[in-house]
Design a protein around this ligand. Sequence first.
Ligand code: ATP
Ligand code: MG
Length: 459
Amino acid sequence: RIAPVADELGTVFAAAGHQLFLVGGSVRDALLGRLEDDLDFTTDARPEQVLRLVKGWAESIWQTGIEFGTVGLAKAGFRVEITTFRSDLYDGETRNPEVTFGDTLEGDLLRRDFAVNAMAVSVPGHTFTDPFHGLTQLAERVLDTPGTPEQSFRDDPLRMLRAARFVSQLGFHPAPRVVAAMTAMAGEIDRITPERVGAELVKLIMGEHPREGLRLLTDTGLADRILPELPALRLERDEHLQHKDVYEHTLTVLDQAIAQEADGPDLTLRLAALMHDIGKPATRRFEPGAGVSFHHHEVVGAKLARKRLRALRMPKALIDDVAMLTFLHLRFHGYGTGAWTDSAVRRYVTDAGELLPRLHKLVRADCTTRNPGRRAALQRSYDSLEERIAQIAAAEDLARVRPDLDGNAIMELLGVPPGPIVGKAWAYLKELRLERGPLDRETAEAALMQWARDEGLIG
Ligand code: ATP
Ligand code: MG
């Protein structure tokens, strides 16, 4: 089913003597019944001609991709991209081809990444072109390159990541020769900028089957290049200490985190699930035979998560959230099940802040052991932690823990002007508040004065 807007655009081009084809991901997604509001076209018209043709027809036009031959436009709720036929030459060094416009549809389809992305439908005539058996591969759910994968990945190594991304998004399987080429050529990915690697990895993680996409990256050695902390977890299989395979565990936690998503894919949660145990190899090396030190593990894990996500050029707010979740997820196991004091509960909630719902999901996803009885016991024990949180939250405002005395009261009681002392006193009172819960005015004032005496601020 081709959207009427596509035929309408095709008629505009035909009237000017040009060809227009729906192409690439749009044809693939239309056949899979998952077409959304992106439409990709290819044409023999040159970009300036395309601009002239769509002016007046489009609701808005953007030219950010014009040097690569792409004109973008919006019409009737669709995002449309029209790219002039290309027949790119690659220099074998960078992945930036010398953009050359071509004259044939077949030439354009040949330089595309996978056969399922190299099908075209003419508009408005609806003639189907499929030189590389994309339709068969689509039916078999296979990803294969139009030419040899070695040539294709040499031309553009990003395609190796796109393969893993489509495995995750579409649930397709890579052809054996594609896996072989990825394995042999994994090192070529170093030619791709971290921004592009990061963007592709995000699409993979946000797909429907990230576990399969990640497995392909690990099995081919690509993960060693772009996300080395993940394959490093495989080394954690240690029969002597009876640790389970942390790599398999991580993929399971990712699946179980995804199973708890309520409003669509949650990048922060998924990345946190992926990163939650990456501190393990390093901390275990510090303490051979002693198992995991919870303190080291949480600090090192958060640090490694930060480092990796920064290297992949992820936004800072996302990095902060993932690092915080990585840091906090261990507290549940660290404190054990019965030992949650009111103070520990307050700190847990305050430290998590807006991340609390995700933290609950992450920790629950992490409550996996091969023993079903033990798993159920862990879940029950997290139920009771959530009940404790609810109880305390009913009695005091946990969402915004503030000292019992504000800055003005502190200055007045201590007789000091605004400055660092007020800040220190405020921090002390906040600690006290977390430790003991709400205090009445008299107790808070007495505590402040005692603190000031201990600090030598007053006699
Ligand atoms: P989605 O839009 O869901 O990310 P898509 O398949 O449409 O998936 P795009 O990145 O939008 O992917 O690219 C559109 C089309 O352009 C692809 O279907 C493919 O035919 C071609 N293409 C994109 N990137 C490459 C590449 N690196 N090498 C070869 N062909 C590519
Ligand atoms: Mg697209």
